[in-house]
Design a protein. Sequence first.
Length: 115
Amino acid sequence: QVQLVESGGGLVQPGGSLRLSCAASGSTIRIYAMGWYRQAPGKQRELVARISDGGGTNYGDAVKGRFTISRDSAKNTVYLQMNSLKPEDMAVYYCNANTAIRSYWGQGTQVTVSS
């Protein structure tokens, strides 16, 4: 089992920045990739960013060039640096961790972008 705890969401003005953190615990040795997804009201959950255990990354088209995902393997923590935030970035952000057996999800953290 893997447990994921997210932090760092909140209210930010358009153009501002936030950093999300996701700490994994439990059977973390089995994790081969971690990432962030988001879901806005009335929309499907979508990929924001993903990082493999080898450090390879991929991003959703809507956030390329503005968001950066990174991983501290020693701390079993993944970060999402979000810059130049837009109102359309407002959503609940979910941390995700993949093992060979299943996918795990955090409880979500709200990001609100508003003036």
